[in-house]
Design a protein around this ligand. Structure first.
Ligand code: ADP
Ligand code: MG
Length: 404
């Protein structure tokens, strides 16, 4: 079965349409530092508003503990959404309480309200089906139909994503459709050579994707925190860098399998090692097989790929026809360790084919480093969701929309 789309919901004029968005943007002191996810929600919201629907936007933000926590309020997001839509956006101070009901009842056709953070309610992420179901039932009172458009959360079995979709007529929004189109291109007959670049810090999460990708891709480039587990697996010392000791055997298996399959596994040949984890830390470039030979000895921490590696990664990326990138090459938040990420981002903009950036931090990195969105084939709003899709996992938030 294929995903139910917006037209399956029939005419929406005058209907209360709950839209589950992923407006989980990075905030610093109440100010949005990257509004990419708000922008990504606009096509669906505009389509519904133009159709005369009464739009009820829901989202989570950050990880509050199932109770209201002002630092995670969606109020600044509602404000930004209003600026981007060029029209007033109402804001409810709760998710399913009096304020939400009042705001929804006051909506006119073509009007829009943002409800407060879903995760201010323990039911949203509860493991207990009954608790989650009860919260979903409260949400269901606020709408006639559900449009699920939060791609970043479709791998989660949560009340607003999974349970609610079974209580109301539901369909996927345009963002989910776009994201899946791109992911389909990455999994079905990608133009070759096909390269995947992996980095970031969620090492054990991301190592799993490699076993699924090996049969499908031509090149895998390994940077970020996980590179040290690869170097160690080859017998090199990595000083105090990020290391997953219990993954060494698995990684040796990947190295062997890549060789057997003829997949080019591109590993760093040099690394930037810092004295400590800090923006102003002293640092040295060193060969990948001599990480402990810096003046910091065994206490050095690898925080970026080195310039030789960055140049080689850029060549491999540029000469590929399909590239998926998840995870920064280094600690890009510190200018001294952003070189590898910048070089790879630049190369991605020069790909003659399809280039996709996935992941919250990766997307924020390319924007922060000054690259415009339209220089990439696609910037995915979902990191975990994209990876789980590429791994071939079943995604509960899509299955409830008819996807199989
Ligand atoms: P994404 O959100 O794109 O999926 P992750 O959340 O896995 O990416 O990782 C992003 C983080 O990885 C960044 O904050 C970056 O500082 C960190 N990182 C990259 N390289 C290293 C490294 N060598 N050591 C520690 N952290 C790293
Ligand atoms: Mg992240």
């Amino acid at each position: 079965m294929t995903l139910r789309t917006l037209d399956s919901l029939g005419p929406l004029e005058g209907k209360r349409v709950i839209v589950r968005c992923d407006l989980n943007v990075p905030l610093r002191d109440g100010v949005i530092t990257d509004d990419g996810r708000v922008r990504a929600s606009l096509p669906t919201l505009n389509a519904l508003l133009n159709a005369g629907a009464r739009v009820v936007v829901t989202s989570h933000l950050g990880r509050p503990d199932g109770a209201p926590d002002p630092q995670y309020s969606l109020a600044p997001v509602a404000q930004r959404l209003s600026e981007l839509l060029g029209k007033p956006v109402a804001f409810a101070r709760d998710t399913v309480g009096e304020s939400a009901h009042d705001a929804v009842d006051s909506l006119e056709d073509g009007g829009i309200v943002v409800l407060e953070n879903l995760r201010f309610n323990a039911g949203e992420t509860a493991k207990d089906d009954a608790v989650r179901g009860a919260f979903a039932a409260q949400l269901a009172e606020l709408g006639d139909v559900l449009v699920s458009d939060g791609f970043g959360v479709v791998h989660r079995k949560q009340a607003s994503v999974y349970d609610l979709a079974q209580l109301l007529p539901s369909a996927a929004g345009l963002l989910i459709a776009t994201e899946l189109d791109v992911l389909d291109k990455l999994t079905e007959n990608p133009e070759r050579p096909y390269a995947v670049v992996l980095g970031g810090s969620k090492v054990s999460d991301k190592l799993g994707v490699i076993s699924h990708l090996l049969p499908r891709v031509d090149r895998i480039l390994v940077g970020g925190g996980m590179l040290f587990t690869f170097l160690k697996a080859q017998g090199y010392e990595v000083a105090s860098s990020l290391l997953e000791e219990d993954q060494l055997e698995t990684v040796r298996g990947y190295i062997a399998e890549a060789a057997e399959r003829g997949v080019e596994l591109v590993l760093p040949t040099d690394v930037v090692v810092a004295e400590k984890f800090a923006a102003d830390a002293a640092h040295e470039v060193v060969a990948a097989d001599a990480i402990e030979s810096t003046s910091f000895g065994a206490s050095g921490i690898g925080l970026d790929i080195g310039p030789e590696t960055a140049a080689r990664f850029a060549d491999v990326v540029r000469s590929s026809k399909t590239v998926f990138w998840n995870g920064p090459m280094g600690v890009f938040e510190f200018a001294a360790f952003a070189g590898g990420t910048k070089a790879v981002a630049q190369a991605l903009t020069e790909v003659d084919g399809l280039s996709v950036v996935g992941g919250g931090d990766s997307a924020a990195a390319v924007r922060q480093l000054g690259f415009a969105d339209d220089r990439f084939g696609h910037i995915s709003t979902g990191g975990g969701a994209s990876l789980e899709f590429l791994e071939g996992k079943r995604l509960p938030g899509l299955e409830v929309l008819g996807w199989a």
